[in-house]
Write a protein of this length. Structure first.
Length: 192
């Protein structure tokens, strides 16, 4: 029963996190798109797609990474190696956050941004909506799927290196904030 409750809590927590992040990112994107010219709006759209691809790639790498080379680096006190090992040990949480939460938010946001860009074009230039909407939808989907497919290929080949680089970033954030991520509470039993 406690294991089931843990997954239920994680699922509901991720749903709430997704909702809040979606609200914030969509709000910021709408403000940014409202003041940008079309070329910059397309560039921001591409950045959102790349953020989603990168998050998906990290989630896939977390699930595929081997901790053995990182354990050796951690034993030698290489900056970020200990954090990378912790990320790999918590690959399920990392994959859910990166692939499911961030990757899906970015994909949804990219589709919405594409629609907003088309609506701005239609309003400014009095264009016929059908073809532009269809082409933008297909273009966003194609770039997203292509990027995620390429990213997963890279993540599979370079999973441990990606996790090491992410571990270095986490180590930097931990030093900056003084908060350690994925550390079991004091007195908790270690998993075998």
């Amino acid at each position: 029963m406690p294991e089931r409750n843990k997954w239920l809590r994680m699922g509901l927590g991720n749903a709430l996190l997704t909702f809040v992040l979606s609200l914030m990112l969509t709000y910021v994107a709408n403000i940014v798109l409202g003041v940008l010219v079309i070329y910059l709006a397309l560039f921001v759209l591409l950045l959102v797609i790349l953020l989603g691809v990168g998050a998906d790639m990290i989630g896939f790498a977390a699930a595929a990474a081997d901790a053995t080379p990182l354990n050796a680096k951690a034993a030698n006190k290489v900056l970020g190696a200990r954090q990378a090992v912790r990320l790999i040990k918590n690959a399920d949480q990392v994959a859910v956050f990166c692939s499911d939460v961030m990757g899906d938010i970015c994909s949804t946001l990219a589709g919405a941004m594409g629609a907003v860009i088309i609506f701005h074009l239609i309003a400014e230039r009095h264009l016929v909506t059908n073809w532009y909407t269809i082409v933008m939808t297909a273009l966003v989907a194609a770039v997203t799927v292509c990027g995620k497919a390429l990213g997963k290929g890279v993540a599979l080949q370079e999973a441990s290196e990606i996790m090491f680089r992410l571990g270095q970033a986490v180590a930097w954030v931990e030093r900056l904030t003084g908060h350690e991520f994925f550390v079991p509470p004091a007195g908790a039993k270690k998993r075998k």
